[in-house]
Design a protein around this ligand. Structure first.
Ligand SMILES: [Zn+2]
Length: 355
């Protein structure tokens, strides 16, 4: 029994481990939503009869591979002998009543796949926005990447949506030049706490929530209301402590608020398992229980550091007191872009900042 359990654990670990190869890996999440792993930040893709909507675009270097993977996915879904055209609220019957999968296969050739229509950016980071230009330039310019979507009667480029603070920071001039090249800018922005696509996409409502001052001041979370999937962006990472980018307006309290917001929306299927699934900015797919554990970790560390500040401890003393110790095995790092010390420093500075 133990042996078998061990094997199951091993298989589970293999299935959830970050792929080491330089390829894009696809995980069907649920409903319309697929997760593309290996392009920098995770990409959530809604694939269906209206085309493709991506949450985040990965790095620019990985764009050709992302595009090839998206085309493969969308072709497979569109060419399925029994395509699920019945998503959303109007199931289970076709309005024509006589439709059946076998009949469809005889009378209909597969519909051509439709291209990427929307890209939503969860933050300004280059591993989430680097592919904006290459992935939105469809279908005409996509030949550059060696992939051609069939022309369809839709706008020639995808709409790139982000919170207005993302555009503000990208377009801010440094030495007379914008901080980020204009091809990577969002084409549409929103302000305020939330935004929704004005009509169903692939049979469901798509909602965006602004999480002010979390990872940055321009974070968006995306909720697919029928598939019941949340793309959380960098508020949630199963491979590191939350990245609090102080220079871009991030705070520990905002990150905690964002995690609590996920838990407000998410509903488990049973106890804390299953149900709403959450795609993190980095790492593996989570359910309510996973997000709750992560939220508890962030809350506990925040309280410890706040307590130390109240006692008058300096940053060096707080780092030496190891407020993250029992979580370091899961999320800690001594090298790389986001070390444990950097996280503790960000929490310390975020809590000591005078507002
Ligand atoms: Zn990221």
């Amino acid at each position: 029994m133990m042996k078998r359990l061990g094997l199951i654990f091993l298989m589970a670990a293999a299935a959830f481990a970050q792929p080491k190869s330089n390829d894009i890996h696809v995980l069907p999440v649920q409903g319309n939503i697929y997760m593309l792993v290996g392009a920098g930040g995770n990409i959530a893709a809604s694939i269906g009869q209206d085309g493709v909507l991506l949450v985040d675009a990965g790095t620019s270097q990985m764009s050709p591979k992302v595009l090839a993977t998206v085309l493969q996915l969308v072709t497979a879904v569109a060419a399925s002998p029994a395509p699920n055209r019945c998503v959303g609220l109007h199931c289970p019957e076709s309005p024509y009543r006589w439709s059946s999968p076998s009949l469809n296969a005889i009378i209909a050739s597969p519909a051509p796949p439709k291209p990427i229509r929307y890209i939503i950016n969860t933050s300004i980071d280059p591993d989430h926005t680097g592919g904006n230009e290459a992935l939105s330039a469809l279908p005409a310019d996509s030949k550059i990447l060696g992939v051609t979507f069939p022309p369809v009667g839709v706008a020639p480029t995808a709409t790139v949506i982000a919170h207005e603070n993302v555009l503000g920071r990208m377009s801010a001039e440094i030495n007379g030049k914008p901080a980020v090249a204009s091809g990577l800018w969002p084409t549409d922005t929103y302000r305020g706490r939330s935004y929704k696509l004005s009509e169903f996409f692939n049979g469901e409502g798509v909602l965006l929530y602004h999480e002010p001052a979390a990872h940055t001041d321009g974070d968006s979370m995306v909720y697919f209301r029928y598939s019941d999937v949340i793309a959380a962006g960098d508020i949630l990472s199963t491979t590191s402590y939350p990245v609090i980018d102080l220079a871009k307006g991030g705070t520990i309290q905002g990150a905690l608020d964002g995690l609590n917001h996920i838990l407000d929306i998410a509903i488990p299927e049973f106890r804390s398992q299953g149900g709403t699934l959450v795609i993190p900015g980095h790492g593996r797919v989570c359910d309510t229980g996973d997000v709750a554990n992560y939220r508890n970790m962030v809350s506990i560390i925040k309280d410890r550091v706040a307590d130390s500040i109240k006692k008058g401890m300096t940053l060096q003393q707080v780092i030496a007191s190891k407020p993250t110790l029992e979580y370091d095995g899961l999320y800690g790092a001594t090298s790389g872009p986001w070390t444990t010390d950097m996280f503790v420093e960000a929490v310390y500075k975020s809590l000591s900042a005078k507002h």
